[in-house]
Ligand binder design. Structure first.
Ligand SMILES: CC(C)(COP(=O)(O)OP(=O)(O)OC[C@H]1O[C@@H](n2cnc3c(N)ncnc32)[C@H](O)[C@@H]1OP(=O)(O)O)[C@@H](O)C(=O)NCCC(=O)NCCS
Length: 191
């Protein structure tokens, strides 16, 4: 019988993975089960918001509750991924989510906003803040993987100082687009 080995987070992970973060206009917090209605109605069942994501639109509240429970659980152990909901300061209703996944010295970001919050610079603000924070905390690299036609996300990363590194051929399946693996662009900002 083997003992369960729980990986201790490094000091840089502890600094990046503060459960409560602030940007100029937003706060980032661990998701709560009470966010479920806003998550489902805001973006999780929206085929346009999820078009270039790696998961299918939620088919109902049962899926959203399950996903939120998994996300809440990620904060209870030393998991390599941390999901935050995004709220505009002073407004309780979440407008989106962002997750940071750590692999050794690298951090990969994934994010989505409700369509009602698009085009106001929120994601550029949040990605810029999290990336700066990660690099200052000692990570060497923050990366994003993006469908080549996802011009909004590519622009967010470009505005946050990321550089295009290449095209990973037939790399990700984007379930809303079908079952065929698609080429995926990789961008990064490095220390
Ligand atoms: C991608 C996404 C997070 C952008 O968030 P946002 O807060 O609206 O982005 P910002 O307002 O910070 O900036 C977006 C920039 O891209 C541009 N942009 C946004 N959507 C665009 C589109 N469809 N085509 C071209 N440019 C677009 C904006 O004009 C802006 O650039 P500008 O300041 O030069 O005008 C949001 O559209 C979204 O949630 N999309 C669905 C989920 C998704 O694709 N996530 C990323 C997976 S890799």
């Amino acid at each position: 019988m083997h003992d369960l080995v729980v990986r201790e987070p490094s000091p840089r992970e502890r600094r990046l993975f503060s459960p409560y973060l602030e940007t100029a206009r937003c706060v980032l917090e661990p998701p709560r089960m009470s966010d479920a209605h806003a998550v489902l109605a805001g973006w999780a069942r929206d085929e346009e918001a999820t078009r270039y994501l790696l998961w299918s639109p939620h088919t109902g509240m049962d899926v959203t509750l399950l996903v939120l429970a998994q996300m809440a659980h990620a904060w209870t152990e030393e998991a390599p991924s941390r999901p935050w909901v995004i709220r505009v300061r002073g407004d309780h209703k979440p407008i989106g989510m962002i997750a940071a996944e750590v692999e050794q010295h690298r951090v990969q970001l994934g994010y989505v906003l409700a369509r009602s919050a698009w085009g106001q610079g929120y994601m550029t603000e949040i990605v810029s803040e999290l990336t700066t924070r990660a690099l200052e905390a000692g990570f060497a690299r923050v990366e994003g993987l993006v469908h080549p036609e996802n011009r909004g996300s590519l622009r967010v990363l470009e505005k946050a100082g990321f550089a295009l590194e290449g095209r990973l051929r037939r790399y990700h399946v984007f379930p809303t687009l079908g079952s065929e693996p698609c080429d995926t662009l990789i961008l990064s900002r490095c220390a």
